[in-house]
Design a protein around this ligand. Structure first.
Ligand code: NAD
Length: 482
């Protein structure tokens, strides 16, 4: 049984002041595999103080120094690929078919950010002013369990590129993965205090970080409910806040789509990360003229999905992360059975499995029904029929979310016209591809702000205008507009 009893503050692994022990599970067996000793408010304050001490010197480092640090962090994460993959499979239950990407992505995002920094101009001329992009200060980075290492490294990469120092609060359910990341990043040899990692409960460590006056910036990925609480908590000290929240993404299948390609793509979008993905395409919008065809093909394809042992390379849908998540998904399946038409899957576990496995499930519902409106965060998809493209666009946008959308069509120009009218941070046309330099984030209640690329780094910067450096100001224009 593994015991994780250290947090990372000021460049050292230290015993937390907090004493609560939290069980860690293997979701594929539901068995306890370890314990983590959780940090408390005092640990959060100690970490914030360390980041605050480190900030003045770190803010003055130059681009070349920070690029070198990001490259060292990249190399350190890359060297831990196998160990991280093992932790992802064991502690999160990701199938190996996906876990490989999840173990490499954390290293990649660090290198991507080094490249962004190479081309970024921190000083620009705007008229007679020199505009300098300055780091905000101490950043609080709060991450969920569905891609622990990826979110920690992605947020840290942007903070460090900008010259901010950081306190990371990962999910308490991901302590083994976090341990691998922390050891790797420690080996990268950053100046002490530049990043600190305090695993603890959201309502304890998270609330301390989001209300502390010495934290200037919050970058949060998680549920919309917690995102709203963070926005309220940060208002008192006017924190800059980036929120990456939930989604109920539409996959619009147009009537000219080649279904042999569109169905696997739609199901891939819906069941990605075992359904525990904020960008999952959970509402599949289908033209009524092709509803019968789509339902038959989709039912057959869902029936063939391999769910079970994450170590089997054929498995594409692994277990839910926790009993709580399993219960939540089961509840939504029951609601779906009451409200709509069950096409495949249903309640309970797939035969012969003991862990927190869910049967990949497909419904036909209306867009006003609960399971078409609320984020389930499990492998449960809704087919929603529509009559014409206009109605498809209206249904796609009839949601409080706006994170991602998919448009599948035989005609890219037509798909583009539909994509232009969908309110979402990203629209993928006939693809599941990812562009790591493009901004990522949501419209509406899917969040505020963007991550990745230069947009992501700028979320940790604030512009400052200097005047009087270039020419004497003409008298007529010297007054500040009021
Ligand atoms: P969650 O909101 O419960 O928790 C996320 C993190 O916030 C955890 O570290 C948690 O401990 C912490 N937290 C909880 N309460 C807090 C509080 N009051 N103050 C500060 N921190 C607090 O979400 P989760 O269950 O871990 O993750 C699932 C959710 O995350 C889903 O809704 C999903 O859509 C969302 N998500 C979004 C994205 C995205 O990029 N948009 C990516 C992954 C997950």
């Amino acid at each position: 049984m593994r015991l994780i009893d250290k947090i990372y503050i000021d460049g050292s692994f230290v015993t937390p002041h907090g004493t609560e022990l939290f069980d860690l599970h293997n979701p594929a067996t539901a068995r306890v595999i370890g314990r983590v000793r959780l940090a408390d408010e005092q640990d959060a304050r100690t970490a914030i103080a360390a980041a605050k001490r480190a900030f003045p010197a770190f803010a003055r480092t130059n681009k070349a120094e920070r690029i070198a640090l990001l490259r060292r962090m990249h190399a350190a994460m890359k060297a831990r690929r196998e160990e991280l993959l093992e932790a992802i499979v064991e502690e999160y239950g990701a199938p190996v078919s996906r876990a490989g990407f999840m173990a490499e992505h954390p290293a990649d995002v660090l290198l991507d950010m080094a490249r962004v920094l190479e081309d970024y101009r921190f000083t620009r001329r705007v008229g007679m002013a020199e505009v300098v992009m300055e780091p905000l200060g101490v950043a609080g980075l709060i991450t969920p369990w569905n891609s622990d290492a990826g979110f920690i490294c992605g947020k840290l990469a942007a903070a460090i590129a900008a010259g901010c120092t950081a306190v990371v609060k990962p999910s308490e359910m991901s302590a083994i993965q976090t341990q691998v990341v922390t050891e790797a990043l420690h080996e990268a040899g950053l100046p002490v205090g530049v990043f600190n990692i305090v695993t603890g409960r959201g309502e304890v460590v998270g609330t301390e970080i989001t209300s502390h006056p010495d934290v200037a910036k919050i970058s949060f990925t998680g549920s919309t409910t917690v995102g709203k609480a963070i926005l309220r908590a940060g208002a008192e000290t006017m924190k800059r806040i980036t929120l990456e929240l939930g989604g109920k993404s539409p996959t619009v299948i147009l009537d000219d789509a080649n279904l042999a390609q569109a169905i696997p793509l739609a199901l891939g979008a819906g069941f990605m990360n075992s359904g525990q993905a904020c960008i999952a395409g959970t509402r599949i919008l289908v033209p009524r003229s092709r509803l019968g065809e789509v339902e038959e093909l989709a039912k057959a394809a869902v029936g063939k999905i391999k769910t079970g042992d994450p170590r089997d390379p054929q498995t594409t849908v692994g277990p839910m992360v926790s009993q709580k998540q399993w219960d939540r998904v089961q509840r939504y399946i029951r609601v779906g059975i009451d409200e709509g038409t069950l096409l495949a899957g249903g309640e309970g576990r797939p035969d012969g499995l003991d862990g927190w496995f869910v049967r990949p499930t497909l419904f036909n519902v209306r867009n006003d029904m609960t399971i078409a409106r609320e984020e389930i965060f499990g492998p449960v998809l809704s087919i929603i029929p529509y009559a014409e493209d206009e109605e498809a666009i209206a249904i796609a946008n009839d949601t409080v979310y706006g994170l991602q959308a998919y448009v599948l069509s035989g005609d890219t120009d037509r798909a583009r016209r539909v994509a232009d009218r969908i309110v979402a941070g990203r629209v993928l046309i006939n693809t599941l591809a990812h562009e790591p330099m493009a901004p990522f984030g949501g419209f509406k209640q899917s969040g505020i702000g963007r991550e990745y690329g230069d947009f992501g780094m700028e979320a940790f910067l604030e512009p400052k205008s200097l005047l009087g450096l270039y020419t004497a100001m003409p008298a007529a224009r010297s007054a500040r507009p009021i």
